[in-house]
Design a protein around this ligand. Structure first.
Ligand SMILES: *Cc1c(COP(=O)(O)O)cnc(C)c1O
Length: 390
């Protein structure tokens, strides 16, 4: 095993070091293979080490890595054009992480509130929501316990309940500037906002002159079978953030907004690596792949296939069903053995299986969007063996 004691401890990690990956498979230092249904937390949308990303990195690295954010560069401009052409938004600001993109969204909404809403700054967010690990995005998140961790919080994020419009309305006041949510709450356990709720939220915010911000860091970039999850509800938000899948594994994120909201002045927003050509060239390659004819329809079809398989397991073992959208899904257990199942799946031999348990009673599945039906079958067979164990 490699020496890992110089790394700052932040969380328990298994004694495994991965040395290679390809598609849906990872290989560790002992040469054991693992079927990966976590994919870096829904990050590697094209799987491990896809040719598209390898080639984009190699050719861009040979041409230009970072001319500084004070100058335009071709890949950033091209990716912004493509995102605008394929969404309801007009302008893009690139960031490096989802949390940073959300910080940008919060800043943009507060700036807009200062200029257009008499200094309004409050952003209604949701219980159990997750928006990142910076101080402001932790404050915007509704993860239990985070309200006191690293106190004092950044103020201005009252919490409503998902799919409960009255709970949102009750929080609106003269200081409210926006409502912000994940179309599917990911870390909370894959809990979708209903299309009716999203439409009602859009109508409510429009009627009150407030902004609607969707955090699509986990749900965007094809994960749910459409390019962006809010498209399922047919709504047009004012601001959207992207992360995870947009870089296919490299650090890239984005903040998108409608023209009427774009009110940053010189010096308000920026960052050393923001929009660097090396990462945005990867973003171009990822987006081009997702937009290839038939790709997203195939994601939706494989999502249905995975859902059917999980429903089968649920029926067979008397579990509490499955839920999700596209290739972001969860299997709900009737007990709290999800963490133990994750460990047992990893320890399977000769080949292991990587799963995630965001809650003790819940397994989450976020395979590569390029996963095959065969690999879905393999995963289901491995999981079936584990569920049958006791
Ligand atoms: C992962 C995630 C974030 C944070 O992204 P980072 O790149 O880890 O900062 C924010 N919002 C949602 C919905 C996420 O799933």
């Amino acid at each position: 095993m490699i020496a890992t004691d110089a790394l700052m401890w932040i969380t328990p990690r298994p004694e495994i070091a991965f040395v290679a990956g390809r598609g849906s498979w990872l290989t560790d230092a002992r040469d054991k293979r693992y079927l990966d249904f976590v994919q870096g937390w829904a990050v590697n949308c094209l799987g491990h080490c896809p040719d598209e990303i390898r080639d984009a990195l190699a050719s861009q690295a040979a041409r230009l890595i970072n001319p500084s954010p004070a100058f335009f560069n071709e890949p950033a401009a091209r990716l912004a054009q493509a995102l605008v052409a394929n969404s309801g938004f007009d302008r893009v600001f690139f960031a490096n992480t989802g949390a940073e993109a959300n910080e940008g969204a919060i800043k943009l909404a507060r700036k807009w509130g200062r200029k257009r809403r008499g200094g309004a700054y409050e952003i209604v967010t949701f219980e159990n929501g997750f928006h990142g690990r910076t101080l402001a995005t932790m404050s915007a998140s509704g993860k239990p316990g985070w309200d006191t961790l690293f106190a004092p919080q950044v103020p201005g994020f009252p919490k409503a309940r998902l799919n409960d419009l009255a709970s949102v309305e009750a929080l609106l006041g003269p200081n409210t500037v926006a409502v912000m949510l994940e179309p599917v709450q990911g870390e909370a356990g894959v809990i979708p906002a209903t299309p009716e709720f999203l439409r009602a939220l859009r109508a409510l915010t429009a009627a009150r002159g407030l902004l609607l911000i969707v955090d699509e860091v986990q749900t965007g970039m094809g994960r749910t079978g459409k390019l962006f999850a809010h498209e399922h509800a047919g709504i047009e938000p004012d601001i959207m953030t992207l992360g995870k899948g947009i870089g296919g594994g490299v650090p890239l994120a984005a903040l998108l907004a409608r023209e009427a909201v774009c009110c940053f002045e010189a010096g308000d927003q920026g960052g050393t690596y923001n929009g660097n050509p090396l990462m945005t060239a990867v973003g171009c390659a990822v987006l081009e792949t997702l937009l290839a004819p038939g790709f997203l329809a195939e994601v939706a079809a494989k999502g249905d296939y995975l859902a059917a398989g999980l429903n089968g397991l649920s029926a067979e073992f008397g579990l509490a069903g499955e839920r999700g959208a596209g290739l972001l899904r969860a299997l709900v257990l009737t007990d709290e053995r999800a963490p133990a199942l994750v460990e047992a799946a990893r320890d399977l031999a000769p080949e292991g299986l990587l799963l995630n348990a965001p809650r003790p009673n819940l397994l989450r599945f976020m395979p590569a969007l390029t996963v095959s039906r065969d690999e879905i079958d393999q995963m289901l067979a491995m999981l079936r063996g584990l569920l049958a164990r006791r």
